[in-house]
Design a protein around this ligand. Structure first.
Ligand SMILES: *Cc1c(COP(=O)(O)O)cnc(C)c1O
Length: 517
């Protein structure tokens, strides 16, 4: 069935039933309705005009595809407009406040982009001879130096491509260290409030994951932790500051206790932005910690984009670090690509090349443009902004744990009790207010959690507007008979509230052309 604009009707498209709120096109001024790209394709339409290649012999050994790939045929402007329209329907840190807790959505300064696009850095290839990429290798080495200095750790593995990949690197190093001692340890302790990637990493490395509950202050329960320690424990994975936005005050004791049973201390350092320049993980007894460059050092992320998760390592774990790493010899910088017999006990490689170069450049540009004093101020401002939000809302929303928070403010849903409005409803209403919702229902240790991370890059005016908007919504929720308002939100978004059950149970994974009437 085709509708009167020649486009197949589909769920979600504006109806043409004369509803006064609908336009003929389905567009609403700058808010353009975007059909699926498959709906736009017209057989035989092309975007480029290239000659048929002459006498090309098969280079695929007879394995070339025999059927059509099934991609839509489009003109170049159609492709461009499609993605530009989609990008405009997408919320981004460049468009507005993005308080997604635990994700650290901070501004990516444009000087970073400028540096990353410099010819000598942006146009090089990892397979070029090292003599032609000395500057790039020096940059990796410089960044490694800064990461070691900031964390007070002696070694760093640069290749991991994200936080979770960094965890994998750290736990593989822990495993290699135990293997080298001939110890077959079986358990890794992970606090209940851990990011989901922590237990996943430990399990992937073949360990049994044992969860440690949180105490009444939102920290790891030390009594439960001690009770679980034993000679079969390979290590502990602790997030600090943790996912409740709190500093683990007993971190030194945790390090001593895990070392006391011969285990290693993995610290999830994704939240380094809260302690940058104030606390060095190396002074706290950490053995391995990943740093999300795409959080703390502002490199872009989200949408599955490139991340970078270098892992700093203690003396004890450094020998097991992955190859390759940048080293310097008589002829300049080179990449130590292979495990030399006896020279080290590297567990192997994490990825094909040596890390996310574009992220390295941006992160170093960020560090150098801020300087040591600026980096420290980042942490201080991030913590100040989070506490400003905490104090601005905590007469209306309950903070489950007393006292000052670090880089993110955590609330539970207790003050919404009996209103018929849920954390999810508040999040949907925030979309109408023009905000990306906060992180919700995480951490799991808090009922109906709302985790708000403003980062340091927001102004007081932005925070005031946000607090005002949140106060407006919470007060509205607490006033009787407003549940309907919330269940209908978002009203102004390109798509209304999705039927999540239907999306999970009967997803449409392949679009097929409707039959012509
Ligand atoms: C973001 C985050 C991770 C995972 O990092 P990715 O780069 O998304 O893999 C792990 N732990 C914590 C605490 C995080 O905030």
């Amino acid at each position: 069935m085709l509708n009167n604009v020649g486009r197949p009707t589909r769920p979600g498209a504006a109806s043409t039933n004369g509803d006064a709120e609908n336009t003929y096109t389905g567009n609403r001024a700058l808010n353009l309705e975007t059909p699926l790209i498959f709906e736009q394709g017209v057989k035989g339409r092309v975007g480029v005009d290239m000659r048929e290649p002459k006498d090309v012999k098969s280079r695929m050994g007879g394995l070339e595809r025999e059927t059509d790939v099934g991609l839509p045929d489009l003109s170049e402007p159609q492709v461009l407009r499609h993605y530009v329209r989609l990008s405009r329907q997408n919320y981004s840190i460049d468009a507005g406040f993005y308080p997604l807790g635990s994700c650290t959505m901070k501004h990516n300064p444009r000087i970073n982009e400028k540096a990353a696009r410099m010819k000598g850095l942006g146009d090089i290839h990892p397979m070029q001879p090292v003599s032609t990429v000395q500057g790039a290798l020096e940059l990796i080495d410089d960044l490694a130096h800064w990461l070691k200095t900031i964390t007070g750790m002696p070694a760093v593995a640069m290749s991991p491509a994200a936080g979770a990949h960094g965890e994998l690197c750290g736990v593989m190093a822990i495993r290699a260290a135990h293997d080298a001692k001939g110890e077959a340890r079986t358990r890794i302790l992970v606090p209940e409030s851990a990011h989901g990637t922590n237990p996943a990493t430990a399990a992937l490395c073949g360990y049994k994951v044992e969860s440690v509950p949180a105490d009444a202050n939102g920290r790891m329960d030390m009594v439960a932790f001690e009770a679980k320690l034993g000679p079969d424990v390979a290590g502990v994975m602790l997030t600090n500051p943790n996912t409740c936005g709190l500093f683990e005050n007993d971190v030194k004791k945790i390090a001593d206790l895990i070392h006391g049973v011969g285990g290693y201390f993995y610290c999830d350092g994704a939240n380094l932005n809260a302690i940058l320049g104030r606390t060095r993980p190396g002074d706290l007894g950490v053995d391995a910690m990943h740093i999300n460059l795409h959080k703390t050092f502002s490199t872009p992320h989200g949408g599955g984009g490139p991340g970078s998760g270098p892992v700093v390592l203690s003396e004890a774990l450094a020998p097991y670090a992955p190859v390759p790493y940048v080293a310097k010899g008589d002829a300049g910088y080179f990449l130590q690509e292979y495990v030399e017999e006896g020279a080290n006990q590297s567990f192997g490689r994490m990825k094909t090349f040596h890390g996310q170069m574009g992220m390295f450049i941006r992160a170093l540009a960020y560090m150098l443009s801020h300087g040591a004093d600026g980096l420290r101020q980042i942490a201080e401002d991030a913590v100040l902004n989070a506490n400003y939000i905490r104090v601005g809302l905590n007469d209306l929303l309950n903070s489950p744990f007393d006292g000052v928070c670090m880089h993110e403010a955590l609330f539970d849903d207790s003050t919404l009790k009996d209103t018929g409005v849920t954390t999810l409803d508040i999040s949907k209403a925030m979309i109408d207010e023009g905000y990306h919702p906060m992180t919700m229902y995480f951490p799991l240790v808090v009922h109906g959690a709302m985790l708000i991370e403003p980062t340091e890059s927001e102004t007081k005016e932005t925070l005031d507007m946000f607090i005002g908007s949140m106060r407006h919504l919470i007060e509205k929720a607490q006033t009787s008979n407003n549940a309907d308002f919330f269940t209908q939100a978002p009203k102004f978004a390109p798509r209304k509230r999705l039927d999540e059950t239907a999306a999970a149970r009967s997803p449409i994974l392949r679009w097929s052309a409707p039959e012509e009437a």
